[in-house]
Design a protein. Sequence first.
Length: 325
Amino acid sequence: MTEPADLFAGDRVVVRYRLGEATPADWRGDRDAARSDVTGFLVDDADPLVLERDGTRESIPRSAVTSVRLLSAKPVRNSEIRNLEHAAALAWPGVESAWIDGWLLRAGGGFTRRANSALPLEPSARSAQSLPQIAAWYRRRDLPVLLSLPDRLMTAGVIDGERGVEVQVLTADLETLLARGASMPNLEIRLDDEPSDQWLHAYRPDADVELARRVTTAARGPVRFATIGTDDISAIGRAAVTAGPDGVARLGLTALWTAPDRRRSGLAGAVSRRLVEWGAAEGAASAYVQVETTNRVAGAWYRRRGFALHHTAHYLTPTIEGNAI
């Protein structure tokens, strides 16, 4: 059975299964067909596989399943992906940026992949013909060439290269997040316009502090840094409110971190709720997070709080004429 390793309870999936007596009677459809599909929300990925569709839970024996494909939580247009990715890029734009043939290029001294990658944000940015110009731009800054490719905006195989980490972009309405998030009224959570040295050290202990400060404060919109603790920091988080071409304000949550000895104590939830409250006051109605597919803990944590898959993306180190750029 082919099954993605990035499935979580609550994800919307399409399951392909073999027809037969083992499958529910109303799923068998055309008995002359060898296989069929069913779409629903994953409840349990054990054996049997449990889906919820139209408010009813159904089980599919693992022996009948041939593949499971992850879908967005609800149908999403390419224009919606483009607007969200644009807003997210403006929330983490690096310290320098430029447009080349519909690609947004970002440079941030090598600090974080997000701040040092190129995005195809306009429909015209579908061809690999711009890669030499993109490569030259990054070379002039002594940076490797890295592309951030939303999977629906760039057809697979158009650009050759080494595929890197996959990212899931999750979204939620702020109303949902506030309804699910528990407040901790006696907990002091500071919101600052700039991160302190201690905040930056907690986020990336080995980073150049001044470079990290320049990158994290470069948002093209309001940005806040949440902190619990002073010298001995217990938890941090960052939020920015930016808008894409559609003019819709979106809240981007990043850099949520809790000290190892304080985890599972609700601090991350309290920080995220405080940042969501701030984002709502700034006019945002929805929030997004970008989570690496391999980060199972974060993926499950955000989903429990109301986030759901909007789309996926991946990083790519491109090649030109068979040679690495």
